[in-house]
Design a protein around this ligand. Sequence first.
Ligand code: APR
Ligand code: ZN
Length: 356
Amino acid sequence: MRALVVRGRDATPAVEEVRQPDPGPGELRVRIRAAGICHSDLSMVNGTLAPAYPLVLGHEATGVVAGTGPGARLAVGTPVVLNWAPACRSCWHCRHGEPWLCAANSAPATARGETVDGTPLHVTLGLGALAEEVVVPERAAVPIPAGLPPEQAALLGCAVLTGTGAVRNTARVAPGESVAVLGLGGVGLAALGAARRAGAAPVLAVDVAEAKRDLALAAGATDFLLADDRLSKEVRARTGGRGVDHAFECVGRAATIRAAWRLTRRGGAVTVVGMGGNDDLLTLSALDIFHSARTLRSSVYGSSDPDREVPALAAALADGSLDLGPLVSGTVPLDEAPAALDRLARGEGARWVVSF
Ligand code: APR
Ligand code: ZN
């Protein structure tokens, strides 16, 4: 089958023929219908993250169960969303209500399958979903209702679960609170939509790219602000001079975490949603940390339990109370995935989705 493979750091990803094993005990083969391209895929290529290569990219997808290994219970034909942090339900974190921190899921890449020339292959976050098929543990597949638009359902597996969960679960944004979202890719746009639905006001959308303005307003922002040297003043003008109650960093860089910190009021909360690099350092003074009384915390996979929350989001998609149309900039065939990755790198559009 064909998959988007990157052979090494800074190599150009290309569509290759690869071999995946048959599903083993408790595993499924899933035929992918749609897979989103996330900034983390870029981070797997450009060295921000350090996975093993060659690597199948992709970790945000929907598909249909096409085969089952011994003991797997889902029926062939079941539509599913893939979960890149499947909970083991037995480690300390799973037993303490933090399945998103499950100890079984710390590696960015897992060995699985091989290339046609026989080189051992790795898959992103246990999935490698920018591929015609994946073989995954059954717990990495969450059943969803049939008939959802695949290019929207795919986003439930990463951007939407992450952005929505950051707002609802991690920060617990309340009606009337003020919110700023920095970085308006799929993750940030999902976060600001969730903030608006939670009754937050104002919901300030911040990006370096003016082209994100219309996308942000369509996704639920009350205001779009350019990330320039007037940003702090513009935010304070809209928040009684104080700064926002909640800032969400959806870029994955120390500089934007610092910007989010500065935009937040005394006693407010900064939630880091972006996944940055290990050598990108943030400096805060001891006095600033004390005096500002702010909270700084991260949100991994939206502090969510995908087994519970993906079906709830899928039901909202089905009944029309959730519309992810504004998040999808376009669908492309797998052969055009490298070009779509370039577009993402240039900050063009919201989410590009590969459709199979
Ligand atoms: N200030 C504000 N916005 C910025 C800045 C900045 N200094 N620098 C970049 N941006 C914007 C880009 O213009 C782009 O709109 O951040 C956005 C990032 O969007 P995407 O590249 O589409 O990223 P996304 O897939 O949404 O992921 C965001 O979450 O899951 C993590 O690894 C992922 O760290 C990444 C983050
Ligand atoms: Zn992602």
